[in-house]
Design a protein around this ligand. Structure first.
Ligand code: NAG
Ligand code: NAG
Ligand code: NAG
Ligand code: NAG
Ligand code: NAG
Ligand code: NAG
Ligand code: NAG
Ligand code: NAG
Ligand code: NAG
Length: 446
């Protein structure tokens, strides 16, 4: 086991050398903390968010909440009482490479919001770049809200933005990006990204993340009544073979087969409804490895169906060897259908029931590609630097369209949005106007 971990660490260094990044291509930010620290469990270094954002206010959670949690990243947070939109500039990232983005919110009653009579939820929007990711709904001061997305970096910076929608002060506790290997999630592309619905170590019994998972995916044990867990003490190889799933061996060493209470003792199924919050189209990865030494003539073989539609035929998990089955394209479905299912049905030749070792399911969201003309963007960055403006001018000057930079007006017709108006009257500017301004070719008002 120790040898295995060492091998993973060595491989991470190879990746780092290729992309010229920090150790693993990881960015780990403890928002609102002015110091760096090494996390006990992962041994990853979390840094202050100072170098990633220039707006917001640092705060600490209330002391009575501090005693309830052990995760240091939750002790502090950064809140954004001013500005419609505040963005973290996450860099360096490598263009065209897939990243996992994980954000965490722990209110801890830092501003006494939840001491008030009404205890109204705090709602704000999260964006990746200029694409809406989700609405965060903080209903409880003592609950950890954590979300993950998998997205392709379209430039050298990834922006994560918190947008104030007038329903409470946005805040954030931690922010992590992890460089992934692109073919792992083929449904994540330059035009669509994945919002994680669930990631399960099926039949497992403990929580797993980095360094066991070299990409720091977090695996939670997943079990339902209709499943029986089986396992092997032997290491499962996931770095070789048909698909480089690169899952931790421990995640793959545990699996499930149908239990006695399953509707069919040969088949594994799981189903859900729209009310469960998994909105189509979806993309998923299913991970398999045989954990049982089958007797002579024995065979485990099954077909995979999504909503009754055949997706893959004759899956034959190999002994102690990982295999990944993923949806190549997002899976849609009729809107009126309110019950979704994935079923693994044993074939008639199979002597063993179906088996499942791990799974990940994502909602697929569109990437908003309407960004500002790169030439206009360069001019704006020059102006920002020349005038030392600190007005929360981060991210795309024109997007999201409802919340452009303060003082900036945009035209959204055409492939790129264009800056057509600039109002610097409230910026306390003195002296001559920067020559850069003349480069904004479409500028109409000043
Ligand atoms: C981005 O990566 C994909 C494969 O991951 C490749 O097919 C494509 O050509 C790349 N695009 C650019 C602009 O590098
Ligand atoms: C926020 O969450 C609460 C509790 O789950 C729910 O009742 C409420 O409808 C949610 N608000 C929005 C706008 O989704
Ligand atoms: C099934 O899971 C339970 C609880 O995690 C564990 O104690 C047991 O050893 C597992 N059984 C097998 C066969 O893996
Ligand atoms: C798969 O098996 C389930 C029973 O477990 C059955 O209801 C379903 O019709 C089967 N699907 C196909 C396509 O055979
Ligand atoms: C899932 O399928 C089982 C068996 O077909 C059924 O009994 C159960 O009601 C379904 N659950 C949902 C949430 O659709
Ligand atoms: C269980 O499903 C298989 C197909 O996977 C089918 O051949 C068999 O008849 C089903 N058994 C029952 C009891 O429904
Ligand atoms: C079952 O096995 C036989 C003999 O190997 C083969 O001819 C047949 O096509 C198989 N049936 C299925 C459904 O895979
Ligand atoms: C806008 O994009 C479309 C499709 O990519 C392209 O055909 C068209 O020439 C572009 N228009 C301009 C003005 O660049
Ligand atoms: C420019 O912004 C100031 C306040 O920031 C406002 O009072 C003024 O009306 C704006 N001018 C135009 C032309 O929008």
């Amino acid at each position: 086991m120790e040898k295995y971990c060492l091998a993973l660490v060595v491989m991470s260094f190879v990746v780092a050398a290729v992309y010229g990044q920090d150790t693993q291509g990881f960015i780990s930010i403890d928002c609102g903390n002015t110091n760096s620290f090494v996390d006990d469990a992962t041994k990853l270094t979390y840094t202050s968010d100072d170098q990633y954002i220039d707006t917001g206010v640092n705060a600490n959670i209330a002391s009575n909440y501090k005693s309830t949690i052990s995760l240091v990243t939750l002790f502090s947070l950064r809140s954004f009482p001013s500005g419609d939109r505040n963005c973290y500039n996450l860099k360096p990232v490598v263009r065209n490479i897939t990243y996992l983005i994980r954000v965490g919110f722990f209110h801890g009653n830092y501003d006494s919001h939840f001491s008030q009579q009404s205890k109204k939820p705090i709602l704000f929007d999260l964006y990746i770049g200029i694409s809406k990711w989700k609405t965060v709904n903080i209903t409880d001061a003592g609950y950890i809200f954590m979300y993950e997305a998998v997205t392709v970096a379209l430039g050298e910076v990834l922006y994560v933005c918190l947008v104030n929608t007038g329903q409470g002060t946005p805040f954030i506790s931690f922010l992590e990006t992890r460089q992934m290997k692109s073919p792992l999630y083929p449904y994540v592309t330059a035009t669509q990204f994945g919002d994680l619905y669930g990631r399960g170590d099926v039949g497992g019994s403990k929580y797993t993340r980095y360094p066991s998972d070299k990409y720091d995916r977090i695996w939670y044990p997943l079990m339902i009544d209709e499943w029986t867990n089986i396992s092997t003490p032997q290491r499962v190889n996931s770095d070789l073979g048909e698909s480089l799933s690169e899952l931790p061996s421990t995640v793959l060493q545990t699996a499930v087969i149908p239990s006695k209470s399953a509707p069919n003792s040969s088949n594994i199924y799981f189903n859900w409804t729209q009310q469960d919050g998994l909105i189509p189209p979806i993309g998923f990865n299913l991970y398999f490895a045989e954990v049982k030494q089958l007797p002579m003539g024995g065979k485990r073989e099954f077909d995979i169906y999504y909503n009754g539609k055949l997706l893959y035929q004759q899956v034959n998990p190999k002994y102690l060897m990982a295999n990944t089955i993923y949806t190549a394209k997002p899976q849609n479905m009729p809107i009126d259908l309110n019950r979704y299912s994935i079923t693994l049905n044993a074939t008639s030749n199979s002597t063993e029931p179906a088996l499942l070792n791990a799974l990940e399911i994502y909602s697929i969201l569109p990437v908003d590609t309407k960004m500002v003309d790169p030439a206009d963007n360069d001019v704006m960055l020059t102006i920002k630097a020349a005038y030392k403006l600190n007005k929360g001018w981060t991210g795309d000057p024109c997007a999201p369209a409802k919340y452009p930079w303060v003082g900036v007006g945009c035209d959204y017709n055409g492939n790129y949005s264009k800056i057509i108006a600039l109002n610097l009257s409230n910026s306390g500017l003195t002296g001559s106007v920067s020559p850069s301004l003349s480069k904004l070719q479409n500028l109409k008002i000043l």
